[in-house]
Design a binder for this molecule. Structure first.
Ligand code: MEV
Length: 379
């Protein structure tokens, strides 16, 4: 799968629970090393389940491929020529993968654009391609390379780049949720107050890109975990998500929260998610294969919807914790375990050392070693 390989680098694979999405229960595999993410997703999903579960939708899996065309005397005239030759271009594009075409996918449309650049105007031809159950990068890149000579012939220009765009804004996934106000009552905080504090947190992210970046990082904790578990390209999803978050010229939160009927908390998310359940590592990697089986999704679109719900659940859990007790308390036990392991603590002392560090709220390698010494280990 890669070059110069000397080993593999494994991550914990966990199952997030409580997800009720469009009336179907899901167990969601997540591969992630960070403490509290899986617990957070499961907790967020539990809160949403009390409001009836997630409602989701995903657009057809339309990806964008880009062909950069240069050295044109009149790029606008070349745009007209490409539009006139649309039928020919789509026919040529659809020769590349007859299987995807037979499944109802393939090249659907072209959109030539003229953009300003530091080197003057250039023509960019977008090919809109329905990738069905694939992530799509391979089929699109192959198609673009096959199409380039015809594009040069039609425009009289010179093609430079031919590559998929990770700003997959024609392939969007959306999820919505309602959390009953009472479900948010917690540790001395009334549900009503928690709703208010979550709305304040959302307003902070809307107003401030410094906060929005962290807000979205939390969303992506969940989405990346599922992408990794299912053998999908999480970098592509990250790139698309953050570019989409900045689409209006200001980097913004990917989720939105409001007070709905009867004071309940309403939330939604919308972002591009380009994942596959065929091709790439999804089938070659045995763990990814098992993860997809556990998840029980039947199409890439279904996986898109589940991942949007996971992103929303993850954000809900983070905001609820941040706006009340803070996130450190929930993190502490797992963090303490990691600290104990990092100093090479013998297995039999780990639980006691962890409990004591959490109790003292002193989670440090030197303290772990001290406690272990007190317990009689030589380490
Ligand atoms: C940590 O990985 C994620 C959070 O920082 C997300 C957030 O601040 O919303 C807790």
């Amino acid at each position: 799968m890669s070059e110069n390989v000397v080993g593999t680098c494994s991550l914990p694979l966990a199952i997030a629970t409580n997800f009720l999405i469009d009336g179907k229960d899901y167990l969601v595999p997540m591969a992630i090393e960070e403490s509290s993410v899986v617990a957070g997703a499961s907790h967020g999903a539990k809160l949403v389940r009390e409001g009836g579960g997630f409602t989701t939708e995903a657009t057809p899996p339309l990806m964008i491929g880009q062909i950069q065309v240069l050295d044109l005397a009149d790029p606008y005239e070349a745009v007209e020529r490409l539009l006139d030759a649309k039928g020919r271009l789509l026919e040529e594009a659809n020769k590349v993968d007859p299987v995807i075409v037979a499944l109802g996918g393939g090249a659907q449309d072209i959109e030539p654009r003229v953009i300003d650049s530091p080197r003057g105007p250039m023509l960019v031809l977008h090919l809109l391609y329905d990738v069905r159950d694939a992530m799509g990068a391979n089929v699109i890149n192959t198609t673009l390379e096959a199409l380039a000579p015809l594009v040069e012939e039609i425009t009289g220009g010179r093609v430079n780049l031919r590559i998929i765009s990770n700003l997959a804004d024609r392939r969007l996934a959306r999820a919505q949720a309602t959390v009953p106000q009472e479900a948010l009552t917690f540790d001395g905080f009334e549900g009503k107050e928690v709703v208010e504090r979550i709305l304040e947190a959302h307003a902070f992210a809307q107003a401030d890109p410094y906060r929005a970046a962290t807000h979205n990082k939390g969303v992506m904790n969940g989405i990346d975990g599922v992408a990794l578990a299912t053998g999908n390209d999480w970098r592509a999803i990250e790139a698309g998500a953050h570019a989409y978050a900045a689409r209006n010229g200001k980097y913004s939160p990917l989720t939105s929260w409001h007070r709905g009927e009867e004071g309940n908390l309403g939330g939604s998310i919308e972002l591009p998610i380009s994942v596959g359940i065929v091709g790439g590592a999804t089938r070659a990697n045995p763990t990814a294969k098992v993860a997809l089986k556990i998840l029980g999704v039947n199409s890439a679109r279904e996986l898109d919807r589940v991942m949007a719900a996971v992103g929303l659940a993850q954000n809900l859990a983070a905001l609820r914790a941040l706006a009340t007790e803070g996130i450190q308390r929930g993190h502490m036990a797992l963090h303490a375990r990691n600290v104990a392991l990092s100093v090479g603590m013998p297995e039999k002392y780990i639980d006691q050392v962890v409990d004591q560090m959490v109790e003292e709220r002193k989670i440090r390698p030197d303290r772990a070693q001290e406690i272990a010494r007190e317990l009689g280990t030589s380490r």
